[in-house]
Design a protein around this ligand. Structure first.
Ligand SMILES: *Cc1c(COP(=O)(O)O)cnc(C)c1O
Length: 361
């Protein structure tokens, strides 16, 4: 028997979450953001659930090729654009739309020989200070692009730093609006948080994390609040149990000490599977569908869980690290991430290649 850990990707949940993005932005078209191998779910598996999207947004040429190999003929947007001039040949060949965020990318386009002019998304740095032209430089970039025979349609785009938090989007949105109000072209400004929290309904919304069933603004809101369903389950089994006496410790560094007699279970899941090593004692976990907590340090291949609330559990009992448990139990990836001091995004992207992953209903 293989080691019992596995990850399931819930196709119907992806489709449900995509429909939530549509409902939240009824006038917009929806990019399903599938960068980072579809946030760790696998492009091919995610595609099954997200094929109703209007387009797919990602960063890697290899991932764009995988989408074309699935016979996706619709729009694909490269969120970081080209990394060197010859990438433009791939854009022409695979009909990829690409972000233009710096002068060099315009130089490369100006030197590119193509039969078919490109659709580009001109990106503004409206305050994130990562990629894009400042509001002051935006217009001249647009004018330059607009004069190129290599460019056919120019869309306008920016990205928010605080759509999920108290600062919000207004300061960036007004910078974007002021610098673009008289420029033609479709607009794309919203990630999941801006779509859900701020109801921003421009021409194209970019739905990433919400499609995978994680709340972009947890713990302010959870997936129930936003009507999202977990798209990934990480599950394993108990491979041993131990009976602790008061004073007994658990795992490396003896970071946990039992204060009374306590039964614990050992789970075949560790940080080499992508489970966060920083998850301390009491990170939520389901055993046989019952919520309990981890005890002690996570090691490479194992972690320990408290069996006090599940006295009937034993070797072979199902353990849900996140996602759907037996009997309809749910453990949101956000609960686990929060307990480990991180975000759902990081956990789903970090599931290790050694964990078998498959599509499920
Ligand atoms: C990743 C990404 C998104 C998606 O963000 P979520 O918070 O996952 O919805 C949108 N736009 C850009 C530019 C991105 O890089």
């Amino acid at each position: 028997m293989p080691r019992p850990i596995e990850a399931l990707v819930h196709t119907a949940a992806l489709a449900h979450n995509l429909a939530r993005a549509r409902a939240a932005a009824p006038d917009a078209r929806v990019w399903a953001v599938v960068k980072a191998n579809a946030y760790g779910h696998g492009i091919e598996r995610a595609f099954e659930g997200l094929r109703a999207a209007d387009g797919f947004a990602l960063l890697d040429f290899a991932e764009a090729e995988r989408l074309r190999a699935l016979d996706w003929r619709g729009p694909i947007l490269l969120l970081e654009g080209c990394f060197e001039p010859r990438d433009l040949e791939l854009c022409s060949r695979l009909q990829l739309w690409h972000v233009v965020h710096c002068e060099q990318q315009i130089d490369w386009l100006a030197a590119h020989k193509t039969q078919q002019p490109h659709r580009v998304f001109l990106k503004m740095n409206s305050g994130m200070n990562r990629l894009g032209f400042t509001p002051a430089a935006f217009r001249s970039a647009w004018v330059r692009l607009n004069a190129l025979p290599q460019v056919d349609e120019i869309s306008l785009m920016t990205h928010f730093s605080d759509a999920d938090g108290p600062r919000g989007v207004d300061h960036q949105l007004s910078a974007f609006a002021a610098a673009t109000h008289d420029l033609p072209g479709e607009r794309s400004v919203s990630n999941s948080a801006a779509t859900l929290r701020h109801g921003l309904n421009n021409d194209w919304v970019r739905a990433g994390i919400m499609a995978y069933g994680s709340a972009p603004d947890f713990p302010a809101h959870d997936i129930q609040h936003w009507g999202l369903q977990p798209a990934m389950t990480l599950r394993s089994r108990l491979i041993a149990t131990q009976q602790l006496q008061p004073g007994d410790t658990v795992g490396y560094g003896s970071s946990y000490t039992a204060r009374e007699p306590q039964r614990i279970g050992i789970v075949a899941c560790g940080y080499a599977d992508g489970y966060p090593r920083h998850a301390g004692t009491d990170t939520p976990v389901l055993v046989d569908g019952v919520r309990t907590g981890t005890v002690g340090r996570v090691s490479m291949d194992m972690l320990a869980v408290d069996l006090t609330p599940v006295p009937q559990a034993g070797v072979g009992s199902e353990v849900t690290l996140w996602g759907r448990g037996p009997g309809g139990a749910l453990l949101a990836i956000d609960d686990v991430a929060h307990a480990a001091g991180t975000i759902g995004y990081e956990l789903m992207c970090a599931v290790a290649p050694r964990v078998p992953m498959r599509s499920s209903d």
